[in-house]
Design a protein. Structure first.
Length: 344
């Protein structure tokens, strides 16, 4: 850990740990890369327990605002648009909103977050701005040096808190239990979807190139051959693919657009498992303790905890080389680890 910034006056020595103890207004900035909101869940709880009387804000983008407001450990959700350019009037307005709040402490959890998020932290006006050391950037006045780039992301966050002398809580499981979620499941997962086995399939490719149309077709077909129904989570970019799958498999598939992420969470709770690349939907499903097949073209250790027995990782540098056999076998392994009463 190191201090960056102007040296305090001699008669006002800066006591970082004293400043941390005195903080009464905090802002948490999850990584704005894939899964950031969910990977930071244990940190939100840890900060609340460390600062039970403080006002804690959570910064997120528009897509996740509905889910973020259901987090019980924060008092306020600060919403920004991920498309804001740092030179835009909208970005300057976001900066001014943060400065008006006069935060004592801002924690930026993204070791490789976007330049936009790092600049929001730098310009927030917070007295202490804590984050991971970035090459060529100095947005924080308290920098934490990462131990390993291959370490599980959530474990890196917990190491950050420990270095600051803050206690760390255990794992947090998300539960989406409001009335609207139940109504949504009853509305969409009715008929054959209510009585049979349902597997979620995320068509989005995440930060990489994703699976090919042929691979997705094979996966959906094999899931249906095995007697299950498929919920297809898609974005606008996959509309052509989802139209083809709907035409091919008819009422055995249920398309659901990802722009309603509270709805995605509700439907995931009605699925037995999810098959997905490294996407936000994957990390949402992991947070809900749903069995998952996670398909990666990079080192998965950063994104999936080795302690999580419900996630089966399929990893290949060329994601388009992943076979349907690998995916199906991984799905079987993940489901075998679930207690019988859960999968019945």
């Amino acid at each position: 850990m190191q201090w960056r910034g102007p040296h305090p006056a001699r008669d006002e020595p800066l006591n970082i740990f004293g400043e941390l103890r005195r903080a009464r207004k905090l802002l948490l900035m999850p990584n704005d890369r894939v899964g950031g909101l969910f990977l930071g869940a244990s940190i939100y709880q840890s900060i609340r327990q460390q600062y039970p009387d403080a006002h804690i804000g959570l910064l997120t983008d528009e897509r996740w605002a509905g889910l973020a407001r259901q987090i019980p450990f924060v008092d306020d959700v600060v919403v920004t648009a991920p498309t804001q350019k740092v030179w835009s009037p909208e970005f300057r307005q976001s900066v001014q909103r943060l400065r008006d709040e006069s935060y004592d402490l801002t924690l930026c959890l993204g070791p490789d977050c976007s330049y936009r998020l790092a600049q929001l932290c730098a310009l927030s006006g917070s007295r202490l701005r804590v984050g991971f050391q970035r090459e060529g950037l100095t947005p924080y006045n308290v920098e934490i040096v990462r131990r390993s780039e291959g370490e599980y992301e959530a474990d890196q966050y917990q190491s950050l808190l420990r270095i600051l002398g803050l206690d760390v809580c255990g794992e947090v499981q998300w539960v989406i239990g409001d009335g609207k979620s139940s109504q949504l499941r009853e509305r969409y997962l009715d008929g054959d979807f209510a009585s049979g086995s349902v597997v979620g399939i995320d068509l989005f490719g995440g930060e990489g190139q994703g699976l090919s149309g042929r691979q997705l077709d094979d996966i959906v077909g094999r899931v249906i051959e095995r007697g299950a129904r498929a919920v297809l989570f898609f974005s606008l970019a996959e509309r052509k693919q989802v139209n083809y799958l709907k035409k091919t498999y008819g009422n055995r598939v249920l398309p659901f657009e990802q722009n309603d992420l509270s709805g995605v969470a509700a439907l995931l709770q009605g699925c037995r498992a999810l098959i997905s690349c490294n996407t936000d939907v994957l990390h949402l499903a992991i947070s809900l303790h749903l069995p998952c097949v996670a398909i990666f073209d990079e080192d998965a250790r950063r994104w999936v905890s080795s302690r999580n027995d419900l996630v089966e990782v399929v990893q290949d540098r060329d994601i388009r080389a992943v076979s349907i056999t690998q995916v199906v076998q991984a799905l079987d392994r993940a489901l075998r680890r679930v207690p019988a009463e859960t999968t019945a």
